[in-house]
Design a protein around this ligand. Structure first.
Ligand SMILES: [Zn+2]
Length: 250
């Protein structure tokens, strides 16, 4: 395939690693190519044209030059700097979790428009709320949905009966199971009828005409985190991604 040497895309900066004396390797989630790693040359020098433009969670239009291994960022224009919204500790922790999950779940060079939209929407929502950590469960559930990993929440995952009362989290079967299928000896996370309704509300939005709920009940937040941990194969390391941006440049 004949590819142009340079190209332009829009993306959100998810993480940064120092490279050599003055460079950084940035992981950016882009509209066109999904997750990419790219080199920002000289970005740690104060006089660099790129410095300050590729901060954590900034959305920017970037031009890149194709490299043999990694593409090189030649210029960047900020579209949205979310710095003011994420500078508070809880917001920073929430943004870090979002960055980590997208980074962990998305392969390089796999564009997923639904995830890009989810990411920009949650960052915009950050500006309008006081407690950004509360936005996480809904984001996590919708991310699972975009990845095709969200548990069905209308019918029992074991027998197909409509879920209209309490349910329990059956991770190995991949979803919520009804009371009729409750395995007595199993120690499971149980959701009451309002929890189930809330779970369904959080998952709604794009998929249905129902108005999506913004916040999760405590049990539901726990259930979603459990599902995330199950698919990730480990607990997310809260704060790891954001911390890379506050390390003083050497
Ligand atoms: Zn059942």
């Amino acid at each position: 395939m004949n590819q142009a040497r340079t190209y332009k895309t829009t993306g959100v900066v998810l993480r940064a690693r120092n490279l050599g004396e003055a460079d950084k390797i940035l992981t950016i989630f882009t509209t066109e190519r999904g997750k990419i790693d790219a080199v920002a040359k000289g970005v740690r020098r104060q006089k660099s044209a790129l410095s300050g433009r590729l901060e954590f969670m900034s959305e920017a239009t970037i031009s890149l030059h194709r490299g043999r291994n990694l593409d090189v960022i030649t210029s960047a224009e900020i579209l949205h700097s979310h710095f003011d919204a994420i500078v508070r500790p809880n917001a920073f922790a929430a943004a870090s979790m979002i960055a980590e999950l997208i980074d962990a779940f998305c392969e390089l060079d796999m564009p997923v428009p639904q995830i890009y939209e989810l990411l920009s929407n949650v960052l915009v929502a950050f500006d309008g709320v006081d407690e950004q950590l509360l936005l996480l469960p809904r984001f996590q559930l919708q991310l699972l949905d975009a990845l095709g990993l969200a548990p069905p929440c209308d019918e029992c995952v074991r027998c197909g009966t409509v879920l209209d009362r309490e349910a329990w989290l059956d991770l190995d079967s991949g979803g919520l199971a009804g009371h009729e299928c409750r395995v007595a000896w199993m120690n499971v996370l149980e959701l009451d009828a309002d929890d189930v309704k809330n779970f369904r509300g959080l998952a709604a939005g794009r998929r249905s005409q129902t108005r999506a709920e913004l916040y999760a009940r405590a049990n539901v937040a726990r259930a979603i985190e459990t599902i995330i941990t199950y698919h990730l194969g480990r607990r997310p390391k809260a704060g790891a991604h954001a911390a890379e941006f506050v390390t003083p440049a050497s």
